[in-house]
Design a protein around this ligand. Structure first.
Ligand SMILES: [Zn+2]
Length: 745
């Protein structure tokens, strides 16, 4: 048909029109050229499109063959691992409070995600998302082609409702699981096609509920929060089960564009979309009633951006900081968990670390939140360590407390503000010389356990003879005064407990000689589980007199292991592995690890208690090296330790409820400034005294196998009829000294 004919068909139109046409008659030719051009372009498009469609079909068919299908069973997305603590508010009787409270959520490349079963996600939360993101979710086969087309056209002609994306919920699950997120160019289309096929496949293998559950758990909702549970925690400090309709709509509003519709950053944008769009959609599909709709519109949102989501420590300065620096306790709990997962799954350290980081574990820690906080506070006050506040205060310090089942209740790994997570902890990662605090476990306890000594065995304060490094005989070891200066041997006789509270070196040397260094070494390594001892390394060994007698080890010992060894003096001889974690549950609820609390009877119960009584004098005797640690309400026993050249000071103390230890020193090693820093017993008391003294159990209990008897202060034997200078001692049933037959006044 010619264009003139087309035009002539309008010949019968009214005159006015005709005249107008005539008036523009010159334009006909221009029009004609233009229309010809248009037709040509049209034809070219048709032809090109045909070629394109053919190519695309081949391309797509190719994809259908090669696209791996995705199943929900091996969802490899990252989940937040959470550390729980006993809730200090928990009331066993009325059960009005939760038994556990969140202590820390592990930062997982900044992402936070907590799995929650669909059955625990309220219907209105599900509806808020489904009605907006994918209204036909329940009926489509994974792909909504009408919407896909609309979204495609939308790229060129933005006329469609841009509040909806082209992807179904199934497709979004695929996208989030695979991380396949190419947006532009050929790769973008390729992704879209892969996604379509995978979505269709997924619908064949998974139920709608499974897909929806995955979707609601992995959808990114801003501020590095993923999934509705983590988002409910983060934005409203609530459990997802407790969200209101308005809050649900607010979360669904974020989904579209998490930075734009984020209620923390732009309350109005978020609420605007929630009101105008999400709630409207919910009303339209009948998910909410008219009244609920009106109520929700009127509800004011209380957006918290909850800092508690990451740490129990209040962080009021930085309200929206969601990735907190972990405490020393959490650092240790993380390390503990990695070891336990390695063991449970038979995998290496890196794999276990990755699993912990992204596995969505729930980890039950042994922390006492009040105690931990209290100790952290005490560490902040320099006057708890020093006599005055110096210009520069380079002292390092560490503290750890556990109960008598090895449950670590509090730990601080250094002084000063903690600025990074998983930093060096002097409580668990540094090997330092324990000095004389090694004596109770290296020599006295094994000797007492073998009935070589009693509470009142008399020792002469004199040296033994050893071969020095040059192979020459040497009188050894020297004693040290309380101030750290060497003192001469007195050649006086002292009872065992006196040797302990005076911290003389001669008695332990004599005991190590009798037991042999090797036996002491084996006891420390195998029974007391000190892991840092060196058997033979480049000619160095801790199987020798000096380490076994005065604690001068090749490297030193870990404070947590030293303190754990002292458990035997408060729980009648039992050793439990020091534990920051009591239980690990994976995200599907399987128990990966649970502490069975199987003790090792390291020494006899009677040995543990008699040692305890002897070490009590360290605190109670006016000459006792630990007298500054004395408490007013609760029994305390312990031992101080000073390493060579006054470089490390340690105190380990046992109260009926806790065994705890403190260490101070410099990095690198240097003589500690005695004029500046307080006595180590005093430092322990400053840090832990209040908590320890508040204990409800005041005294250690004495086992039946121990007898409390009068001994003769002249001979150390059990007081006879004519012994008038006596004192009370504690004796193992298996080794009660004979009666003194002398006349002693
Ligand atoms: Zn006597």
């Amino acid at each position: 048909m010619k264009r003139e004919d087309m035009y002539s068909s309008s010949a019968n139109t009214p005159r006015t029109t005709k005249r107008k046409v005539k008036k523009h008659g010159k334009a006909y030719k221009v029009m004609k050229v233009l229309l010809t051009l248009l037709l040509s372009v049209f034809l070219i498009i048709i032809i090109s499109s045909s070629i394109l469609v053919t190519a695309l079909t081949i391309y797509i068919l190719n994809f259908a063959d090669t696209t791996s299908s995705i199943s929900l069973e091996n969802v490899e997305v990252n989940f937040t691992t959470r550390f729980l603590a006993d809730n200090p508010e928990y009331n066993k009787e009325d059960k009005t409070s939760e038994q556990y409270t969140l202590y820390y959520s592990m930062s997982n490349n900044g992402e936070k995600r907590t799995w929650v079963d669909l059955s625990n996600i309220p219907m209105h939360v599900q509806d808020a998302f489904v009605s907006t993101e994918d209204a036909h979710f329940q009926t489509h086969d994974g792909v909504d082609f009408k919407r896909t087309m609309a979204a495609f056209i939308n790229v060129f002609i933005p006329i469609y409702d841009s509040n909806q994306g082209g992807s179904t919920i199934t497709q979004q699950v695929i996208k989030n699981i695979t991380g396949d997120d190419a947006q532009l160019g050929g790769e973008g289309y390729a992704r879209k096609i892969r996604e379509i096929f995978r979505a269709i496949n997924l619908e064949k293998t998974a139920t709608k509920n499974d897909i929806l559950e995955a979707y609601l758990n992995i959808i990114p909702l801003g501020n590095n929060v993923c999934g509705v549970q983590a988002a409910a925690n983060y934005y409203f400090s609530k459990d997802v089960a407790d969200l209101s309709v308005k809050e649900a709509a607010s979360l669904a509003a974020i989904a579209r564009a998490p930075t734009v519709y984020n209620p923390v950053y732009d309350y109005d944008m978020n609420v605007g979309r929630a009101n105008d769009f999400i709630l409207k959609n919910m009303l339209d599909i009948g998910a909410i009633t008219d009244n609920e709709y009106k109520e929700a519109l009127a509800e004011e949102l209380h957006v918290t951006g909850d800092p508690d989501f990451t740490t129990a420590v209040e962080n009021t300065d930085n309200k929206y900081e969601c990735v907190g620096v972990s405490s020393y306790y959490i650092d240790s709990a993380i390390n503990d968990s990695i070891d336990l997962i390695m063991e449970a799954d038979g995998i290496d350290y890196e794999d276990a670390e990755d699993k912990l980081q992204a596995g969505g574990y729930t980890i039950y820690t042994n922390v006492d939140l009040n105690l931990q906080k209290q100790v952290e506070e005490k560490f902040k006050d320099p006057l708890n360590f020093a006599y005055y506040v110096p210009d520069s205060d380079p002292l390092k310090a560490a503290f750890i407390a556990m109960d008598y089942s090895g449950n670590v209740k509090a730990v601080v790994g250094d002084r000063g503000e903690k600025t990074v997570s998983r930093s060096l902890s002097y409580a668990t990662m540094a090997r330092r010389s324990p000095g004389s605090s090694i004596k109770p476990i290296a020599s006295y306890a094994p000797a007492l356990d073998k009935d070589l000594i009693t509470y009142s065995t008399l020792f002469k304060d004199q040296p033994i003879e050893i071969l020095n490094d040059d192979g020459k005989k040497e009188q050894w070891p020297v004693n040290y005064s309380e101030d750290g200066y060497s003192s001469n041997w007195s050649y006086n006789n002292y009872f065992t407990y006196q040797m302990i509270y005076k911290s003389l070196n001669t008695a332990p040397a004599q005991l190590v000689e009798r037991l042999t260094p090797t036996e002491c070494f084996n006891f420390l390594q195998n029974t007391m589980h000190l892991s840092s001892l060196v058997a033979d390394e480049d000619g160095k060994t801790d199987d020798a007199y000096s380490p076994m007698t005065v604690g001068e080890f090749t490297y030193g010992v870990y404070l947590d292991e030293l303190v754990a060894a002292y458990q035997i003096f408060g729980n009648q001889g039992k050793w439990y592995r020091p534990a920051f974690v009591s239980k690990i549950v994976d995200r599907l609820g399987n128990v990966v690890y649970e502490n069975k609390y199987v003790p090792e009877q390291a020494v006899d119960s009677s040995t543990g208690y008699v040692m305890n009584r002897m070490m009590q004098t360290v605190i109670t005797n006016p000459e006792g090296t630990g007298r500054y640690a004395k408490l007013s309400n609760v029994d305390l026993v312990g031992k101080t330790g000073t390493s060579d050249k006054w470089q490390n000071l340690t105190f380990v103390g046992c109260t009926p409820e806790y065994v705890s230890g403190v260490w101070i020193g410099y990095e690198p090693l240097e003589e500690i400034n005695r004029n500046l820093y307080k006595n180590i017993g005093q430092i322990w008391k400053n840090i832990f005294g209040d908590a320890a003294d508040a204990g409800t159990v005041k005294e250690f209990s004495m086992p039946d196998t121990v007898k409390q008897l009068k001994y003769c202060k002249s001979t150390g034997l059990i007081a006879g009829q004519n012994c008038y200078n006596t004192d009370i001692g504690y004796y193992k049933d298996s080794n009660i000294p004979e009666y003194c037959s002398g006349n002693h006044y």
